[in-house]
Design a protein around this ligand. Structure first.
Ligand code: ARG
Length: 470
């Protein structure tokens, strides 16, 4: 059994803790990652205690120097961890007391690890949202750069993985730009809801020593103070929101990864991946595998799993703080790391992607123009439903006679409808087909040019305001 003497909460215990529980209970292995936030919280709290007249300016000054020294040790990897350090809050307070002497023991006056951890977590999430935003923007910039010169580069557009209508590479790439822009919005929302200070809520009922919470909020860069101390110490909605936004971003990344895996396969060869983002086979010398993209696709399951895991932890908890809440950190950190790496890997893949315009054009199936043929009849007065039926019969005729729509003789067209004239063959042109879809948001070059301008404006504006912890 380990002794309770050195413990922050040792007073009421006469027996020691089972070593297994000691290890099971400790969060230091992973929450040490939040040391910056923890120290920032203590610096602000020390200043608030001084303002409340609970400590002298001299004591506060000693604490601030001491906290700076502890931060410096942590920064340089010189901090010596102790067996007694259950979590980052205890480790910092223990070391501070070693540095400044027994006066360090006053720092926790009116404060609980419950409002402390909630504060650290919110600070961490706000910063994480900012960092993810930067990586999302970098990926979106890469998509935009690849799209810009490919407004007239044709490729088949698919539905159900069947060739459907002709599109351009630029239009295809920009479809992902807008997904990632929505992801940015979700991280912005997450950061905005995390931007509320829990410190000064105490264990659950509030702070009895008169700290000015608005002062604390200003010091720590929070936009507001929480309205209810019980809610403040028990709330982890912002962690769920972060992992949920991360999950959706991973879904988008996995979706792009899946497309590019298919497009780089021998069956398509629309794109080729750079050597720097592929790996070889230990057995087959010719192989160049898209492991980078497969891992991004695979890790999507990992992040969505973290989301369901945390929701299951939160479900059915009684009010305010329960130790179950310690289980919020690993899913949060892991989701952040996984998303950030996946965004960077994908940005690397996209930035070095080579497109084969010839290969994509060669793969265009003339049946991609079937809708254009129906539109030809509609332009000559036939109701669309009937035109759809007529073209369906022509497709069947092509299949039967093993011809393409341009090889099929005009007589065969006219057997299905008198409205067909010589000029029907002019419809069978992929570039012309692309140009017809000129409505807002369509794939026609002029519409895509407007889309590019909108995308550039989106990236230029809307910078997330700096929320640095400092
Ligand atoms: N390590 C704890 C956590 O992550 C800190 C809060 C502990 N509070 C408590 N009352 N035991 O949630």
């Amino acid at each position: 059994m380990t002794e309770e003497k050195g413990k922050m909460w040792g007073g009421r215990f006469s027996g020691g803790t089972d070593p297994l529980l000691e290890r099971f209970n400790a969060s230091i292995a992973f929450d040490r990652r939040m040391w910056r936030e923890d120290i920032a919280g203590s610096q602000a709290y020390a200043a608030a205690l001084e303002r409340a007249g609970l400590i002298s300016a001299e004591e506060c000054g000693r604490w601030q120097d001491g906290l700076r020294e502890v931060a410096d040790e942590l920064e340089r990897g010189k901090f010596s961890w102790s067996e007694q350090d259950e979590d980052i809050h205890m480790a910092v307070e223990r070391r501070l007391t070693e540095v400044v002497g027994p006066v360090g023991g006053k720092l926790h006056t009116g404060r609980s690890r419950n409002d402390q951890i909630a504060t650290d977590m919110r600070l961490w999430v706000k910063q994480a949202c900012l960092e993810i935003d930067q990586d999302l923007r970098a990926l979106m910039t890469g998509l935009l750069e690849q799209a810009r010169p490919r407004v007239t580069t044709l490729m088949p557009g698919f539905t159900h993985l069947q060739q459907a209508q002709v599109i351009s590479v630029a239009h295809y790439l920009l479809s992902f730009f807008w997904m990632f822009e929505r992801d940015r919005g979700r991280f912005r929302d997450t950061a905005a809801r995390a931007d509320e200070l829990p410190l000064g809520s105490g264990a659950l009922a509030g702070n009895a020593v008169g700290v000015d919470r608005h002062f604390l909020a200003r010091e720590l860069g929070f936009a507001a103070v929480s309205a209810n101390s019980m809610d403040a110490v028990g709330d982890r909605d912002f962690v769920v929101e972060f992992i949920s936004a991360a999950s959706l971003a991973m879904v988008h990344l996995a979706h792009l990864a899946e497309d590019l895996i298919i497009y780089s396969s021998q069956a398509c060869r629309f794109v080729s991946l750079s050597d720097s983002f592929t790996t070889g086979s230990s057995l087959m010398p010719q192989k160049k595998n898209p492991d980078s993209l497969e891992l991004v696709r695979g890790k999507c399951g990992r992040v969505t799993g973290r989301l369901s895991g945390l929701l299951a932890t939160l479900k059915g908890l009684p009010s305010t703080y329960n130790k179950d809440l310690q289980e919020d950190k690993e899913p949060l950190f892991d989701s952040f790391d996984t998303l950030r790496d996946s965004l960077r890997i994908t940005a690397g893949v996209v930035g070095t992607l080579e497109f084969s315009a010839e290969r994509m054009r060669a793969c265009l199936d003339e049946f991609l123009l079937a809708t254009d043929l129906a539109d030809y009849l509609v332009a000559r007065g036939m109701p669309f439903r009937q035109a759809h039926e007529v073209i369906g019969r022509i497709v069947r005729e092509c299949e039967k006679t093993k011809t393409t729509p341009s090889e099929l003789p005009l007589e065969s067209y006219r057997e299905q409808s008198e409205l067909f004239e010589e000029d029907v063959k002019e419809v069978l042109n992929f570039d012309a087909s692309l140009a017809t879809r000129a409505s807002e948001g369509g794939c026609a070059p002029e519409a895509v040019q407007r889309q590019l301008v909108a995308a550039e404006e989106t990236l230029a504006g809307g910078e997330v305001r700096s929320m640095d912890v400092e």
